[in-house]
Design a protein around this ligand. Structure first.
Ligand code: 9WN
Length: 659
């Protein structure tokens, strides 16, 4: 009997452990190889006797080193090293597999490319700037590879000089960029590449786009189980009267966290939702300002604690309460506006709304009075933490312009290092600026007028103002429910909307950008926060279409739905970092907003994909603070309250709409 022919591919990725050594870094070439091989398996090789094994290199290096394999990624074909140290050449690989299997169609792919590609360029004449995480880069590399084009690749995530080159060549920090003998091609422009490289239409192998992710689906029983798990997270983080964001890093009461958390409680324990919001507003200052942290008196070693904020300098803090001295986005009205609808005890809901409405109004009045220095109906923030998006790329430039540093920056960093993974948290350069800004606030006794004159960081944010606009609309609804005059809220919402459209919308780019009041310029960074106006209904229908088009063409995984949900930063930016806090990971609260936003502008399928993907993430990995957009790995804090609360909200809505 003749033995059936088969091919075993083994990819040794740069990962694993040996004795005391453990590989923590990711190898980008390995990631690309992995993605390309996975795709080959499901496309060209499907149904053929080919298997693919992925193994960690360090655990197995002794098996491969004696066969000449020493530089991951190493790809072996039936045990023999086929390529190493770089992404394998796909046509050659297919041809090799074809020869083993006697499969002429596969052999042809390889030979056709090698013989018929008419590109006359040498490897050194084509430079590709890429990052393994950016989807358009992966498509481009695959296109070049499968058309037999050799190039020299420069990974911008590893090389600082590659980043500088990209900025110098294109004036921006977006990848991929191809340079062919001085000719610059931005993005994956297949037609230009084809023409320049002389790839003839007869032999061109176009890459298939990333396959669309199937929208995850859950039965009611599955949803109920996830719902219960989410409730358990909130139980775990509950203290008397309020809920911690998480019980390790965030043991106090945080402003917008408690807003999101109350939305979760509203579905199964409205009384707790009200208590959460009441506890938060205990900390409201006499001028209406609502601090971003109300400190837990039983937990004294958080940094920066009350002693650093010196909030008492303001003379406005309620007695016996310890708070920080900056705020966070006003999400609260939107989170609790549905209490009359959701609480079975309508009387109780009305009593609560009556009590909280004047406090919410006072908070909004505060913003318009003290945080709109140019009287433009655009509210400004005075610290990156006020945005809720601590280290988003949005703040890089304004922070870099601050040259003074703070006396206690180092102790702050040390405290952070003690409890948090260094790699996933803001770095020292940021911390110095954060602390300097706090110092300036308390040295000015939190006198907002003075601060608006001498503070080095005053920004009109897209996310903040969109949330405020929606909040005004919801305060209006609340006022109507209570039989009050709602007109002031609708008028204010309208003014904010007009101001956002007028000042923050960039017509050329088709997108909204923050405005830096101190330096009088827009902050042109392509984050997902630019799309928050959709949720608040800010663009009209035509403008909304333009914004959606921009969203589709940028790398937020919208066109192909090929991430685990929507990343916080455009994956084609050279400084995108999938695991680094607000500079790439998927955040549940932001996805929650974007899902509602795109639905309002007609993208129901996309919205469903986002919402169900969030539930799938929680189900598969747990209720993390944020997630890697590529792998789904949970990052930051485990059992994070707002993730759980918003998953409860999504599931409750789904179950309700079915019944
Ligand atoms: C600083 C609590 C908060 C969130 C913010 C998030 C993070 C604090 C931190 O945690 O910020 O306020 O210690 O980094 O960025 O959005 O409210 O969950």
């Amino acid at each position: 009997m003749t033995k059936k022919k088969a091919v075993e591919l083994t990819l040794y990725r740069y990962a694993g452990k040996y004795l005391f050594f453990r590989i923590k870094k990711r190898c980008k070439e390995c990631d690309i190889t992995y993605v390309i091989l996975q795709r080959l398996m499901t496309e060209q090789l499907l149904g053929r006797p080919v298997s693919l094994r992925i193994v960690p290199w360090l655990d197995n290096f002794w098996k491969i080193i004696w066969r000449g394999g020493w530089h991951a990624p190493i790809l072996t074909v039936n045990g023999k090293v086929f390529s190493q140290g770089r992404v394998p050449e796909i046509p050659k690989l297919l041809s090799k597999i074809g020869k083993i299997l006697d499969d002429t169609s596969l052999i042809q792919i390889g030979e056709m490319k090698i013989e018929k590609t008419t590109s006359t360029y040498k490897e050194s004449e084509i430079t590709v700037y890429f990052s393994p995480a950016c989807p358009h880069c992966r498509q481009l590399l695959e296109y070049l590879g499968s058309n037999g084009i050799k190039y020299s690749g420069r990974d911008v995530t590893i090389s600082e000089s590659a980043r500088q080159d990209v900025e110098r060549l294109t004036g921006r920090l977006t990848i991929p960029v191809v340079v062919i003998k001085g000719e610059i091609i931005k993005g994956f422009d297949r037609n230009r590449l084809k023409n320049l490289l002389g790839i003839s239409a007869d032999y061109e192998r176009p890459v298939k786009l990333d396959s669309r992710n199937i929208i995850p689906h859950f039965t009611d029983t599955q949803l109920s189980k996830i719902y219960q798990k989410a409730k358990n997270v909130l139980e775990k983080n509950q203290l008397k009267g309020w809920t911690m964001p998480s019980n390790r890093l965030y043991p106090h009461l945080w402003n917008w966290d408690s807003g999101f958390i109350s939305r979760g409680y509203l579905h199964y324990d409205p009384e707790r939702a009200y208590t959460e919001i009441r506890s938060l507003f205990r900390g409201q200052w006499s001028d209406g300002f609502l601090p971003h942290i109300i400190f837990n008196p039983e937990y004294t070693h958080h940094f920066p604690g009350p002693d650093y904020w010196n909030a008492d300098n303001s003379g406005k803090v309620p007695s016996g309460i310890f708070t920080s001295g900056i705020s966070q986005p006003p999400v609260h009205a939107t989170m609790i506006v549905d209490s009359v609808k959701l609480d079975p005890n309508k009387e109780r809901a009305l009593t609560f709304l009556k009590e909280i409405y004047p406090k919410l109004k006072k908070l909004h009045d505060f913003y318009f009075t003290w945080r709109d220095p140019e009287a433009e109906n655009l509210v400004s923030i005075v610290h990156p933490w006020e945005s809720g998006l601590d280290n988003a790329p949005l703040w890089d430039e304004p922070l870099a312009a601050i040259t003074d540093t703070s006396e206690w920056a180092l102790s702050m960093q040390e405290k952070y290092d003690e409890i948090a993974e260094q790699g996933e948290r803001p770095k020292r350069t940021y911390i110095e600026k954060y602390s300097y800004l706090i110092e300036n606030l308390y040295k000015n006794n939190y006198d907002w007028e003075k601060i608006s004159e001498n503070h080095p960081f005053i920004i009109q944010g897209v996310l903040f103002n969109s949330i405020l606009c929606k909040s005004e609309l919801d305060l209006g609804k609340m006022a109507e429910t209570l039989g009050y005059d709602a007109s002031i809220h609708y008028e204010r919402a309208d003014k904010v909307k007009t101001a956002i459209n007028k000042k923050l919308f960039d017509e050329t780019e088709g997108i909204y950008y923050n405005f830096d009041l101190k330096h009088q310029k827009h902050i042109k960074r392509d984050t997902i926060f630019s799309y928050m106006p959709l949720f608040a209904g800010i663009p009209d229908k035509d403008m909304g279409e333009v914004v959606l088009d921009t969203l589709r063409t940028h790398c937020f995984c919208i066109a192909d739905m090929d991430c685990v949900a929507i990343p916080s930063y455009d994956m084609c930016q050279v400084d995108f970092e999938g695991e680094f806090y607000w500079r790439g990971p998927v955040w549940v609260n932001i996805n929650w907003y974007i899902a509602q936003g795109v639905r309002q502008y007609g993208e129901a399928e996309l919205s469903e994909w986002i919402e169900n993907s969030l539930i799938a993430l929680a189900d598969r990995y747990g209720f993390y603070e944020y997630y890697d957009p590529d792998s789904g790995k949970g990052l930051g804090e485990k059992d994070f309250s707002w993730t759980a609360a918003l998953i409860i909200d999504l599931i409750a809505q789904k179950l309700r709409s079915e019944n």
